[in-house]
Design a protein around this ligand. Structure first.
Ligand SMILES: NC(=O)c1ccc[n+]([C@@H]2O[C@H](COP(=O)([O-])OP(=O)(O)OC[C@H]3O[C@@H](n4cnc5c(N)ncnc54)[C@H](OP(=O)(O)O)[C@@H]3O)[C@@H](O)[C@H]2O)c1
Length: 268
């Protein structure tokens, strides 16, 4: 099927590594002009060269100034407005994995809110008005399975992702009949480089494959494998995101797509 993405202008935030890199790679493969973003220029430029991106945009999305700069750099590299905005940058800004919800500091809650919810709000404030004017736009927010199925630990991160899901539905509802859709895609556990590095270090073997790391961590109950029997890969997310980004997907908005191998047990 032709997703009609050829020539469309896309910014993928946090695409200097992990899931974002996979999304940027697939969008570029579909013929989009893609801007690669991250805070680390060297990493972003390496990915951009590899996927023949339109350019890079460097900056911290947890501040207004950083976000405005990223938006301007992306527009300049694309030679026009952002038509497809993938708000993927994020992750736990505090790395809290052992503290209960009442042990986590207020500062940590605020930090994660900036990194995982307001980062998307900020970019949407800048990019969506242009989409409305052009009568076409796609916003896809990368959330997490923990937004709807939180763990007892890491509430600063999961709560911020819940807020992102909430923002998605409100923004979608406010954009009636203007050709702009807004959706959430929620990964379960995805085997990104960071996880593989963690496993190789833990087992003292740099040659372990993604599959071997996954199976050993699962055997130790560091996480449970979902019904799909494996962890996700960035391309699992990218496939759904390319579909939602397509001009053909105009009837899907305000939705949350779980890409978690069946991890979340729910009817929606
Ligand atoms: N991996 C998983 O299992 C998983 C599960 C559920 C949800 N997610 C979500 O998926 C998204 C991508 O995660 P990932 O695992 O692929 O992470 P990753 O490999 O650590 O990549 C994170 C990316 O986001 C950028 N970034 C982070 N905070 C930023 C900020 N404040 N401003 C600008 N850029 C920022 C990083 O840029 P620099 O490196 O240049 O700083 C990097 O490009 C995140 O939103 C995460 O919450 C991941």
């Amino acid at each position: 099927m032709d997703l009609q993405l050829k020539g469309r202008r896309a910014l993928v935030t946090g695409s200097s590594s992990g899931i974002g890199e996979g999304i940027a790679r697939m969008l570029a493969g579909e013929g989009c002009a893609v801007v690669v973003h991250g805070r680390n220029r060297e990493r972003a430029e390496k990915v951009a060269a590899d996927i023949k991106a339109a350019g890079v945009a460097i900056g911290d999305l947890s501040t207004d100034e950083g976000t405005a700069s990223v938006h301007d750099q992306a527009r300049a590299a694309l030679g026009g407005n952002i038509e497809i905005l993938i708000n993927n940058a994020g992750g736990s800004s505090t790395g809290n994995t052992t503290k209960s919800p009442i042990e986590i500091s207020i500062e940590d809650y605020v930090s994660n809110y900036h990194a995982n919810a307001l980062s998307s709000v900020r970019l949407c404030r800048l990019a969506v008005p242009d989409m409305v004017a052009a009568k076409f736009g796609r916003v896809i927010n990368v959330s997490s399975a923990v937004a709807v199925q939180p763990n007892n630990l890491g509430a600063d991160y999961s709560g911020a992702k819940s807020a992102l899901n909430n923002f998605t539905v409100s923004l979608a509802g406010s954009l009636k009949g203007v050709g702009v859709t807004v959706n959430t895609v929620s990964p379960g556990v995805i085997a990104v480089d960071g996880l593989v590095r963690f496993g190789r270090k833990k087992y003292g073997n740099e040659n372990l494959t993604v599959e071997e790391v996954t199976q050993r961590l699962a055997a130790e109950k560091v996480f449970d494998l979902p019904p799909a029997g494996r962890l996700g890969l960035p391309e699992d997310l990218a496939l759904i995101i390319c579909t939602l980004a397509s001009p053909r997907s105009g009837f899907v908005t305000g939705a949350n797509y779980r890409v978690d191998g069946g991890l979340v047990r729910g009817l929606n």
